[in-house]
Write a protein that binds this ligand. Structure first.
Ligand code: COA
Ligand code: AMP
Length: 628
C-alpha cells in the first residue's frame, strides 16, 4: 500500500468531520458574532453555512489588516499598460477610499440589502465600489464591460439596483469603448430604473451626464463622510453575479458573506500557497468570477497584494507583458486563462521575451476558465520551468472544485487533468440515472450535497430555478453541467459541458441565447449555434441559419446583419463572426437539431450517420457549407 500523502490526509480529515474542518477554517475570519450552527440543512435550496454568524466582508478584506499593522502594505496595484499608469493603494488607502465610497453610496440611499450594479472597466474604482457595497451590507452585481446594453438591461431588470456605478469608458486596444451610452440605453430598455448613477469620468472620454440622476463618482467620493462597516448575517448575500445559463435569461448566482469569506481565505494557502504580504495576480477581469474571487476578495481577505491589470496578454505592448508584470511586482502566483497562454505562445513561441525578465519570485502558474489543452500546459511549463496547475471551477462554485495544492505538495504534472477534488467537494461521475459510476468511467460530474462554503447557495430571488438547474436531475447531488471522469488515482479529467454553454477565450457564453438573437432576424426560419474548435480562443461560435423561402438576398448581406445583431444584443465578447446559410439543418426524426454532430463536422471529425437522423443528406449539405 502506498503511503498517504499530505493531500490524502487533508482530504481524509475533511471527509471524517466536514463540519469541524470548516469550523477550523472559519477561525481565519473576524466575526462580530460567531455562528450558531456550522451548517444548517434546513435553510435555502440545500442548506447554508455559518447560520447565525455575523461579519463584514469589507472589514475582513481591509480594516482588519490596517488594525493589524499592515496599513502601509500595498493592497491593490493597478497596472494599466492601456493608459501607461501604475497606481498603488495601500491597505490604509483602500480603507480611506472604501469608507468614503460607501459614504457616497449611503448618501444616495444605499443600505443593507440594496443592490448596486457596477458596469466598470478594470480600474481600482471597480474593486473599491465592490468593497464599498460590502462595507454597507449592500449587494453588488458587476456586469462585464464586453456585454451589450441589452444584456446589461436584463441584469438591471432582475437585480433592481438602487444605484449603478459605471465609468465614461473602457479601453480596448485600438478603441475607446464608450460605456455611458451603453448604460443610458440599458436603463432606457429596463423596466426598473436606478435612483442614481455614479460615473467615473476617465480622461480618455467625457461622458454626458443626465442631470438629477448622474453624479461624478470622484466628486461624490470626495464629498462623502466615511462610512463604517455594517455587520451582516453570514447567510446574507454579498453579491449577485450573472452568468450564462441554458436559456437566454442569465442566472443570478448569489454569493453569501460568511461561507465565501471562509472558503476564499482558506483557498489562498491551501491551493496557492500564499500568505499575507505575498503578491498574487489573477489576470482576469472583475466582471468574471475569477476577478471577483481572486483579484478582489481572496487576496485581500488573506492580506496579500493583489494586481489589477488593465491590458492584454499580447499587444500591450507585446507578448512579454505578463512576464513584465510578474517581474516588476514580484508576483508569486499568476492565475490566468489558457487562452492568454495560447495568445502568448502564438506570438512568441520560443518565449524570447521571457528572457528579459527576472521571474525568480514566481512560484507557479494556475490556469482555469476553460480546459487547458495539453500542448499549451506543456509549453507553459517548459518555458517557465515552474509548476503549472490547471484547476477546474465555475461561477456557481466561486472557487476551485478540483486543483493542485501547494500547501500539500503539488501532484505530478498531468497535462489535461484538472487536479483532484478540493477538501469540501465529494465529487463523482454519475450516469444519466444518477448512479455513481466506477472510477475511470466518464459521466456527469456531480458533487454530493452539501456544497462547501463559498459556493452559490441559490439564484437571486429564485430558489426554485436553482433547484431545477442544478439539484433536481440527481437528487442529493449538485450537477456541475460538465462531463468528465475521476480516474483510478483520483485525478479528475473535465472534458466539456453537457449543455449549451461554450467557453470563448475563457468567457462563458450560451449558444442558446445566440440562437434566440439569430431567430429574431426577419429572414431567419431556423438556426443552430455551436462552439467550434479555435486555435486561440479554445472555442468560437458559428451560426448556421436556414432562411425563410421568401428571402432573396445575397448571403453575405444577411450574414453581416446577423453578426452585427449578436454584437448589438449580446456584445463584442461573444466573438460571433461567422454566420452561414444552409439549405436545411440535420435533425432527428423527432425534430431535434443535431448540434453536437454539426460541431464535430466543423471540427473536421469523421462522424458516423446517427441512427436517429431524419435525412442523412443534410449532413453532407452542412459539411459542404462548413468546409467553404
Ligand atoms: N469591454 C469592452 N469590450 C471588450 C472587453 C471589455 N471589458 N473585453 C473584451 N472586449 C471585446 C474585445 O475588444 C473584442 O472586440 P472586437 O470584436 O472589436 O475585437 C471582443 O470583445 C472579443 O474579445 P476577446 O474574445 O477577449 O478577444 P480579443 O481578440 O480582444 O483578445 C485575448 C484575445 C486572448 C488576448 C483575450 O481574450 C484574453 O486576454 N483572454 C484572457 C482570458 C481571460 O482573461 N478570461 C477571463 C476568465 S479567467
Ligand atoms: P465560468 O462559470 O465562466 O467560470 O465557466 C465555468 C465552466 O468553464 C466550467 O463549467 C467548465 O466547463 C469550464 N472550465 C473552467 N475551468 C476549467 C478547467 N480548468 N478545466 C476544464 N473546464 C473548465
Amino acid at each position: 500500500m502506498t503511503e498517504a500523502t499530505a493531500y490524502d490526509r487533508a482530504y481524509g480529515a475533511w471527509q471524517q468531520d466536514p463540519l469541524a474542518w470548516w469550523e477550523a477554517a472559519a477561525e481565519g475570519i473576524d466575526w462580530t458574532k460567531r455562528w450558531d450552527t456550522v451548517f444548517d440543512p434546513s435553510l435555502g435550496a440545500y442548506g447554508q453555512w455559518f447560520a447565525g454568524g455575523e461579519l463584514n466582508t469589507c472589514f475582513n478584506c481591509v480594516d482588519r489588516h490596517v488594525n493589524a499593522g499592515r496599513g502601509d502594505q500595498a493592497a491593490l496595484i493597478w497596472d494599466s499598460p492601456m493608459t501607461g499608469q501604475l497606481v498603488t493603494h495601500t491597505y490604509k488607502d483602500l480603507q480611506t477610499r472604501t469608507a468614503k465610497m460607501a459614504g457616497a453610496l449611503a448618501a444616495l440611499g444605499v443600505g443593507r440589502g440594496d443592490r448596486v450594479i457596477l458596469y466598470m472597466p478594470m480600474v481600482p474604482e471597480a474593486a473599491i465600489g465592490m468593497l464599498a457595497c460590502a462595507r454597507l451590507g449592500a449587494i453588488h452585481s458587476v456586469v462585464f464591460g464586453g456585454f451589450a446594453a441589452a444584456e446589461l438591461a436584463t441584469r438591471i431588470a432582475d437585480a433592481k439596483p438602487k444605484v449603478i456605478v459605471s465609468a465614461s469608458c473602457g479601453l480596448e486596444p485600438g478603441r475607446v469603448v464608450k460605456y455611458k451610452p451603453l448604460l443610458d440605453a440599458a436603463i432606457a430598455m429596463s423596466p426598473h430604473k436606478p435612483d442614481a448613477c455614479l460615473i467615473l469620468q476617465r480622461p480618455q472620454e467625457q461622458a454626458a451626464m443626465t442631470p438629477g440622476r448622474d453624479h461624478d463618482l470622484l466628486e461624490a467620493e470626495a464629498a462623502a463622510a466615511p462610512h463604517d462597516c455594517v455587520p451582516v448575517k453570514a447567510t446574507d448575500p454579498l453579491y449577485i453575479l450573472y452568468t450564462s445559463g441554458t436559456t437566454g435569461r442569465p442566472k443570478g448566482v448569489v454569493r453569501d458573506n460568511g461561507g465565501h469569506a471562509v472558503a476564499l481565505w482558506n483557498s489562498m494557502k491551501m491551493l496557492y500557497g500564499v500568505e499575507a504580504g505575498d503578491t498574487y495576480w489573477a489576470a482576469s477581469d472583475v466582471g468574471w468570477v475569477v476577478g471577483h474571487s481572486y483579484i478582489v476578495y481572496a487576496p485581500l481577505l488573506r492580506g496579500c497584494t493583489s494586481i489589477m491589470y488593465e491590458g492584454k496578454p499580447v499587444g500591450t505592448p507585446d507578448a512579454g507583458a505578463f512576464w513584465r508584470v510578474c517581474a516588476q511586482h514580484k508576483v508569486k502566483i499568476l492565475f490566468t486563462a489558457p487562452t492568454a497562454m495560447r495568445a502568448i505562445k502564438q506570438q512568441d513561441p520560443d518565449a524570447k521575451l521571457l528572457g528579459q525578465y527576472d521571474l525568480s519570485n514566481l512560484q507557479a502558474l494556475y490556469l482555469a476558465g476553460e480546459r487547458c489543452d495539453p500542448p499549451t500546459a506543456v509549453w507553459a511549463q517548459e518555458i517557465l520551468d515552474k509548476p503549472v496547475v490547471d484547476h477546474w471551477w465555475q461561477t456557481e462554485t466561486g472557487w476551485a472544485i478540483t486543483s493542485g495544492f501547494r500547501d500539500f505538495g503539488l501532484f505530478p504534472f498531468l497535462p489535461g487533468s484538472g487536479g483532484r477534488p478540493c477538501p469540501g467537494y465529494d465529487l463523482h461521475a454519475l450516469d444519466d440515472d444518477g448512479h455513481v459510476l466506477p472510477r475511470g468511467t466518464s459521466g456527469n460530474l456531480s458533487v454530493r450535497l452539501p456544497l462547501p462554503p463559498g459556493c452559490g447557495p441559490t439564484l437571486w430571488e429564485n430558489d426554485d430555478g436553482y433547484r431545477t438547474a442544478y439539484l433536481s436531475d440527481f437528487p442529493g447531488w449538485y450537477r456541475t453541467g460538465d462531463a468528465g471522469m475521476v480516474d483510478e488515482n483520483g485525478d479528475v479529467w473535465v472534458m466539456g459541458r453537457t449543455d449549451d454553454i461554450i467557453n470563448v477565450a475563457g468567457h462563458r457564453l450560451s449558444t442558446g441565447s445566440m440562437e434566440e438573437v439569430l431567430a429574431s432576424h426577419r429572414d431567419v426560419a431556423e438556426c443552430a449555434v455551436f462552439g467550434a474548435k479555435d486555435e486561440l480562443k479554445g472555442q468560437t461560435p458559428i451560426g448556421l441559419v436556414v432562411l425563410k423561402s421568401s428571402v432573396n438576398r445575397p448571403e453575405a448581406e444577411v450574414s453581416a446583419e446577423l453578426v452585427a445583431l449578436i454584437r448589438e444584443r449580446i456584445g463584442p465578447v461573444a466573438s460571433f463572426r461567422d454566420a452561414r446559410v444552409v439549405p436545411r439543418l440535420p435533425k432527428t426524426r423527432s425534430g431535434k437539431i443535431l448540434r453536437a454532430v454539426i460541431r464535430r463536422i466543423a471540427d473536421g471529425e469523421t462522424v458516423p450517420v446517427p441512427p436517429t437522423i431524419e435525412d442523412p443528406a443534410t449532413l453532407e449539405e452542412v459539411r459542404v457549407v462548413l468546409q467553404r
